[in-house]
Design a protein around this ligand. Structure first.
Ligand SMILES: Nc1ncnc2c1ncn2[C@@H]1O[C@H](COP(=O)(O)OP(=O)(O)OC[C@H]2O[C@@H]([n+]3cccc(C(=O)O)c3)[C@H](O)[C@@H]2O)[C@@H](O)[C@H]1O
Ligand SMILES: Nc1ncnc2c1ncn2[C@@H]1O[C@H](COP(=O)(O)OP(=O)(O)OP(=O)(O)O)[C@@H](O)[C@H]1O
Length: 514
């Protein structure tokens, strides 16, 4: 066995151990995907997780000083998420106040919460909320008697959610009392599964929200001094709804994480896939267990997407107001630790998926793309450049914002622009052929000229965009569009249309080849 394979095997054994997944209990499909995902570094090894842990602690320390707040309160359930969140905050120098808030529950869970507070050096407060909970149920029963008595899943969930919200009400009161904030204990796996209560679980600052429950959360808890009894404990919702988390979700957390990674990857490569075809495309045909888990996971994702988008924002014509308001906060008030430059380069999942598709199609044919961009000012190339390992598919970009640049860099005739303005299909076509002429290694050119808005320009309305494509050796084709919305929506729609136009141009070109 090579040293690399040996390390991967050791990592796999450790993941199975911390995920409480008995050896040999993964079905063949999950086993094979886990090995692939280990090779793709989706499950980070210990030394990289330690670097992530240290960064989280540094960022929490920066947030504390920059936001001028140094006290965090959180509920200590006896579970690993709350214990890890508390440990990270404590390591970052926060005053951490852990509350055990039992509601008619197993005293062992409270004991573990108390033990974690002591082990981590937290201040501890205890308040039994069983009485207010019973009072709340009795009061709500006057509206609907079933809330207190019916013993089906729906009513258990109603009661469970009430417990979570009662705890959250208590935590916000204590945060106010101590001039602190409420730490959020949610993780990435629960986020995907919608396995939390709206307005009951999510607080103000969420240090572990991007971490996998199967592996990263227990690993980091162990590395952060959380007692073993806690990071080994079976995850429960602490709400008395039924079984453990995994029994309720219908998959172990490790299965959940593996399958979510697989789904995210397949949809990036094939954005048009529908749910009916997933089992086949994912290669599950011979693994009945994997098919059943897929069904459960898809049902859960479908039932909970709205929780991940809460509150739902309608596509009101003036959603362009959100951007400037966010910019105001960012410029004047948002602590520096949150101002990641990377945010400027994030494209939606749909655009990333389309760019990925185009890159893979170019790669498959051994061809490269060049873009000639006016109103998008290089964003199309930036979107394509975000695809991992795109260098075999992207030649480059001409950002020709002004008429002068279109003439100088792409050789457009000045007379054409004088006669028709830059907002013209022939200008778009000449931009595409000009880009191909100036980039000898490129095969496909995509050119964009248009009015992003908000105002009309030179006789063309805001939202008018022309996209031209040309493949080496054939003529250019241009399509005019009229997109709705403010400049940001027009640019996003333009990128979508340009990526699609590139895909169609390649398909046409391949047809001609054949
Ligand atoms: N289409 C839609 N668009 C917008 N909103 C929609 C909606 N459909 C429902 N809603 C709203 O969503 C509500 C349902 O969501 P919600 O109230 O959260 O409740 P729900 O998701 O039904 O239940 C909470 C689940 O999270 C689990 N949980 C809770 C707490 C902690 C943990 C843990 O392990 O850490 C797990 C718990 O076991 C349960 O399975 C509806 O009552 C309605 O208000
Ligand atoms: N008895 C409790 N006392 C205080 N807080 C609680 C209690 N039960 C739940 N909470 C709060 O609600 C959050 C979600 O509950 P949950 O039971 O899932 O705990 P957890 O820490 O996520 O651990 P795990 O899911 O591993 O059991 C907890 O992180 C905690 O902040």
């Amino acid at each position: 066995m090579s040293p690399g394979a040996e390390t991967a095997a050791a990592l796999k054994t450790e993941i199975l151990d911390l995920a409480r997944q008995p050896t040999g209990a993964l079905s063949p499909w999950f086993e094979a995907r886990l090995e692939e995902q280990l090779a793709q570094d989706l499950f980070l090894p210990g030394r990289e997780l330690e670097a992530v842990r240290q960064k989280l602690v540094r960022d929490l320390a920066d947030y504390r000083t920059q936001a001028g707040i140094d006290t965090a309160v959180l509920g200590m359930s006896g579970g690993v998420d709350s214990a890890l969140t508390a440990a990270l905050l404590k390591a970052a120098g926060w005053r951490v106040i852990g509350l055990t808030l039992p509601i008619e529950q197993d005293p062992i869970e409270t004991e573990r919460g108390v033990e974690a507070c002591a082990a981590l050096g937290l201040e501890h407060l205890h308040l039994d909320l069983s009485a207010p909970y019973e009072a709340g149920i009795a009061s709500l029963a006057s509206l609907d008697g079933r809330i207190g008595s019916a013993d089906d899943a729906a009513h258990r969930t109603r009661r469970g959610n009430l417990r979570a919200r009662l705890r959250m009400m208590t935590l916000y009161d204590q945060a106010h009392r101590f001039g602190g904030l409420v730490a959020s204990t949610d993780n990435f796996s629960e986020l995907g599964a919608g396995f939390w209560t709206l307005h009951g679980d999510v607080g103000d600052l969420a240090p572990v929200q991007s971490l996998l429950k199967s592996w990263e959360v227990p690993w980091m808890a162990r590395a952060s001094g959380v007692p073993e009894r806690t990071w080994r404990a079976m995850p429960t919702d602490g709400l008395g709804i039924g079984g453990g988390d995994e029994a309720q979700i219908g998959a172990t957390y490790l299965e959940w994480d593996i399958l979510i990674f697989a789904l995210m990857a397949i949809l990036r490569d094939e954005p048009d896939l529908s749910t009916q075809h997933l089992a086949f495309v994912l290669g599950m045909d011979e693994d009945r267990h994997a098919q059943l888990v897929l069904g459960t996971v898809l049902a859960r994702l479908a039932a909970t997407w709205h929780k991940r988008a809460n509150p739902i924002r309608l596509d009101h014509p003036r959603t362009d107001r959100y951007g400037p308001l966010a910019a105001l906060d960012a410029r004047l008030f948002r602590p520096a630790v949150l101002k990641t430059e990377a945010a400027m380069l994030s494209f939606s999942g749909e655009l990333q998926a389309m760019a990925n598709h185009l890159v893979r199609a170019l790669e498959a044919r051994g061809q490269k793309l060049v873009t000639a961009e006016s109103c998008t000012a290089g964003l199309l190339a930036a979107c394509v450049a975000q695809v991992p390992a795109c260098s075999d598919a992207l030649s480059g970009s001409f950002v020709t914002y002004s008429p002068g640049m279109k003439i100088a860099a792409l050789g457009l005739p000045e007379a054409l622009i004088d006669e028709r303005t830059v907002y013209d299909p022939e200008v778009a076509r000449r931009m595409a052929t000009g880009a191909l002429a100036a980039a000898p290694e490129a095969w496909l050119a995509i050119a964009i000229t248009g009015v992003a808005g908000p105002d009309d320009d030179q006789g063309k309305p805001a939202g008018w965009v022309c996209i031209a494509t040309a493949c080496r050796g054939s003529g250019a084709e241009a399509v005019e569009h009229r997109f709705d919305g403010g400049p940001e929506q027009v640019i996003a729609a333009t990128l979508r249309a340009a990526l699609e136009a590139g895909r169609l141009a390649l398909a046409r070109d391949a047809g001609q080849d054949g």
